[in-house]
Write a protein that binds this ligand. Structure first.
Ligand code: HEM
Length: 137
């Protein structure tokens, strides 16, 4: 792979390569999230067909890709998500966990292809997302 990728290229490359290797990463992402936070699984009992989980993850990917490219949309999406999820008792850090879990699944899937450059771009992105739309404390 080309050295000196932009953040946007690094994130695009990661998600495309993960999709090539394992197809849809959604099952692994939710498996990992619920392994870390079994209490979160209980929040989805009404989501019998997985529709909410699917659309939630789609929005999360939108935020990842948008923020990677410096779009202003993720700030609005995250502001809304943080507010709505507050109603289920979720804190800002809980929302940020979703992005960390997506990163961890990508990192484990890519193995040796996960370079320090890719790692750095993801870390920057997670730091950025954690700031976006955050409730002032
Ligand atoms: C670990 C973190 C998260 C947990 C535990 C969580 C939990 C939930 C739950 C339980 C619902 C279902 C609400 C209902 O219909 O009754 C939901 C919906 C939703 N969440 Fe999350 N959420 C998390 C992170 C996120 C993130 C990072 C985003 C994207 C910015 C997001 C976006 C959404 C959206 C758009 C919906 C509505 C989906 C739909 O009904 O079509 N969530 N979330």
């Amino acid at each position: 792979m080309n050295p000196m990728l932009t953040r946007s290229e690094a994130i695009d490359w990661t998600l495309a390569t993960v999709a090539d290797r394992i197809g849809d990463p959604a099952p692994l992402i939710y498996q990992r999230l619920f392994a870390e936070r079994p209490d979160f699984e209980d929040l989805f009992v009404m989501d019998t067909d997985g529709g909410v989980r699917g659309s939630m993850l789609a929005t999360s990917f939108d935020c990842l890709l948008g923020a990677a490219g410096n779009s202003d949309l993720p700030r609005l999406q995250l502001e809304a998500a943080r507010m709505i999820h507050d109603g289920y008792g979720l804190r800002d850090d809980d929302i940020d966990l979703m992005f960390r879990v997506i990163r961890d699944v990508c990192r484990d899937t890519l193995g040796a292809a996960w370079t320090s450059e890719i790692d750095r771009h993801w870390q920057d992105l997670l730091t950025l997302l954690a700031r976006l739309g955050r409730t002032p404390s």
